[in-house]
Design a protein around this ligand. Structure first.
Ligand code: ATP
Ligand code: MG
Length: 334
């Protein structure tokens, strides 16, 4: 990697983003016992911009901060610092009661189709609920929209599904209900948070293809959260790899997967054949360099300087749009 780094700090940017996170950090207060409290930094200095119609995959191990970034991007969480801009409007500090417009234009598909759907509601009521919240009183119009959403997620004939309860459906079917519910307001931007990790293997590809279709046919902008870098290649144009709350590498899916630079990305890719995300190899290879932060990069990096955290993203020379975290402070004067 000698001479592959430009001494130029970049943010992960695109010219006209629908969504932009600028230097976002998120710390959570935690309780330890009755009187002691602490703080967990879930996200540190994340900048990420997603263009209209684009799909960006956020990839990383459990606990790396992916869901937190997704929730901040929807302003379901207010970041501790940094800015969140949706369609040119700064939504960082807007109070919840003035975010109805954002709720109508955005949606989230959860990881767990078992716990995210109320088991006592029918499929029709679950999917129509956002419309009821929006005050759409005409039951006929609601029914028509529910049927259109069911058809869009291939739960047809729709008559067979409207009165069922999630408990009588397979994991793949439930996740389709979750997607139909997310679609009902025709959102511009969706966060799909590990949408297939709890779905049976046979439905995974179908559900990813379904989401892909929404992206192509409706122009939905996606943040696709996954620990599976291989699925990111098929679904996303761009990948951002997260580790310990920061983005350590970003670029087109091809740049990141075919020419990974950061040792953590390399470890993630090397671990792909093992289906279990908590596999031993991944743990071993990522811990190896965590124990000696900066060392793996230091061997090749043209910078000589002190360790800095969070790392700055530097563009890989000769590879526009591909950026990697450098954990070394560039020497003064460059
Ligand atoms: N509400 C919260 N209160 C305290 N700590 C939290 C909270 N939410 C997340 N965290 C912590 O922040 C870190 C990042 O969590 P996050 O859920 O964003 O990770 P993730 O990458 O989505 O992980 P997973 O792949 O397991 O879903 C973790 O250490 C987690 O324990
Ligand atoms: Mg998560």
């Amino acid at each position: 990697m000698t001479e592959t780094l430009l001494a130029r700090s970049i943010t992960v940017s695109s010219s006209q983003p629908l969504l932009a996170l600028d230097d976002v950090s998120m710390a959570f207060r935690t309780r330890r016992g009755l009187f002691r409290s602490g703080e967990v930094t879930a996200v540190a200095g994340v900048s990420l911009a997603i263009a209209r119609g684009e799909t960006v995959a956020l990839v990383g191990e459990s606990g790396s901060g992916k869901t937190t970034v997704g929730r901040v991007s929807l302003r379901l969480l207010q970041p501790t610092s940094g800015r969140v801009v949706f369609d040119k409007q700064d939504i960082t500090d807007v109070p919840e009661e003035r975010l109805n417009w954002l709720r109508k234009r955005t949606a989230i598909v959860f990881q767990d189709p078992f716990s995210s759907l109320n088991p006592y509601m029918t499929v029709a009521d679950l999917i129509a609920e956002p419309l009821v919240i929006d005050g759409l009183k005409d039951a006929g119009v609601r029914r028509a929209q529910v049927r259109a959403a069911l058809a869009a997620v291939d739960l047809t004939p729709t008559d067979r599904f409207v009165n069922r309860h999630p408990s009588s459906m397979s994991g793949g079917q439930r996740q389709r209900v979750g997607i139909a519910r997310a679609l009902i307001r025709n959102p511009d931007y969706m966060v799909a948070d590990e949408p297939v990790s709890m779905v049976d293997a046979s439905s995974r590809v179908e559900i990813l293809n379904l989401l892909h279709g929404l992206q192509r046919e409706r122009g939905v902008t996606f943040l696709y959260i996954t620990h599976d870098i291989a699925s990111a290649r098929h679904f996303a144009g761009r990948i951002a790899v997260m580790h310990l709350g920061s983005i350590v590498e970003t670029g087109s899916a091809r740049q990141v997967i075919d020419h990974p630079v950061h040792p953590y990305t390399r470890a993630l890719i090397a671990a792909v054949p093992e289906p279990d995300p908590a596999n031993r190899f991944l743990r071993r290879s990522t811990e190896q360099w965590q124990d000696t932060p900066g060392v793996a990069i230091h061997a090749d990096c043209p910078h000589g300087g002190s360790l800095t955290l969070p790392a700055v993203l530097l563009e890989v020379s000769g590879d526009p749009g591909h950026a990697v975290a450098c954990h070394l402070e560039p020497p003064r004067g460059r």
